[in-house]
Design a protein around this ligand. Structure first.
Ligand SMILES: Cc1cc2nc3c(=O)[nH]c(=O)nc-3n(C[C@H](O)[C@H](O)[C@H](O)COP(=O)(O)OP(=O)(O)OC[C@H]3O[C@@H](n4cnc5c(N)ncnc54)[C@H](O)[C@@H]3O)c2cc1C
Length: 257
């Protein structure tokens, strides 16, 4: 995976669309970010009236236009949701290590819990030729997002909702388990995931001792500088302490879970 030098850039909001009550799709033009980013990498965005920058995955790139998909969580994202076309946005990126693309052999499965879809749409673009499977888990039908985005990228999409209001009743991991049961034990599977920690735990259990599954997880962690200097996002891994912003946010599952 290529890791480009991050740059601090000032860009202008091109569009900001409300996708759901609390979810927004924001775009801006940047030739540098669009050319030098890879799936799983993120941007550190300075939002007015806040001190620390906030990290957001690169959702996808179309030409020179870069997209981020975000959910209102607290003060920063609330303020960001009020940005308008033409507003200035100071960003640093592309940051971090994204997904390693093991697409040459095996089945590619993208597993997203909730807003975990954010970095996986960009990945689906890169894996398009392999016709990946996308498994999307959400609380209910109002919480399911990006299914069409994955379909447009040639993915076979499976949806699970906790209340059964869309797709299968249950979790994304339940769907993963039933797919594992359908596949041959010898099938090589590349699993790319992003979502809440509870989902990761269930997923690890579902994989068990199957050595044919190579699983990468994109981790969310509170971040300070985003550049590897402050160590604020350090986590303990089987290979020692790692900084999520610099060594991640994508890790091999066996190193971190
Ligand atoms: C590498 C990376 C990529 C991310 N990509 C996206 C993305 O594409 N879209 C998106 O919507 N969000 C993404 N996030 C999460 C996003 O950064 C936070 O939602 C945002 O920083 C919240 O800022 P805020 O000021 O609105 O909330 P705050 O006021 O800072 O916090 C509000 C609440 O959210 C919780 N919270 C905030 N940040 C985190 C975090 N990182 N982990 C766990 N809990 C948190 C706090 O505990 C608090 O309860 C990503 C985080 C990381 C580390």
């Amino acid at each position: 995976m290529k890791v480009s030098t991050p740059k601090e850039l000032t860009v202008r909001v091109k569009k900001i669309n409300k996708i759901k009550t609390d979810i927004f799709l924001l775009s801006f033009d940047s030739v540098y970010i669009s050319k030098n980013s890879s799936p799983g990498q993120f941007l550190h965005i300075k939002i007015i009236k806040t001190i620390l920058r906030r990290p957001f995955s690169i959702h996808c790139v179309k030409g020179k236009t870069v997209f981020i998909l975000f959910r209102i969580r607290g003060r920063g994202t609330q303020i960001l949701s009020d940005y308008k076309k033409g507003d200035e946005l100071n960003i640093i990126g592309p940051l971090g290590r994204g997904f390693c693309l093991n697409s040459k052999s095996g089945k590619n499965i993208l597993l997203a819990g909730g807003l975990g879809v954010a970095p996986l749409v960009f990945l689906a673009d890169r894996l398009k030729q392999t016709k990946p499977i996308a498994i999307l888990g959400a609380k209910d039908k109002n919480d399911t997002i990006c299914a069409d985005e994955f379909r447009k990228r040639g993915c076979r999409v499976y949806i699970a909702t906790e209340d059964g209001s869309k797709g299968r009743k249950g979790t994304a991991v339940d769907i993963l388990k039933s797919l594992f049961n359908k596949f041959n034990k010898s099938d090589k599977i590349n699993l790319y995931t992003c979502g809440p920690e509870g989902m990761f735990k269930g997923m690890k259990k579902a994989i068990g001792k199957n050595k044919n599954v190579n699983c990468q997880v994109s981790f969310e962690q509170f971040m300070g500088c985003g550049l590897g200097s402050c160590c604020g996002c350090t986590i303990e891994t089987k290979n020692g302490y790692k900084k999520v912003c610099k060594d991640g946010p994508v890790f091999n599952m066996n190193d971190v879970l």
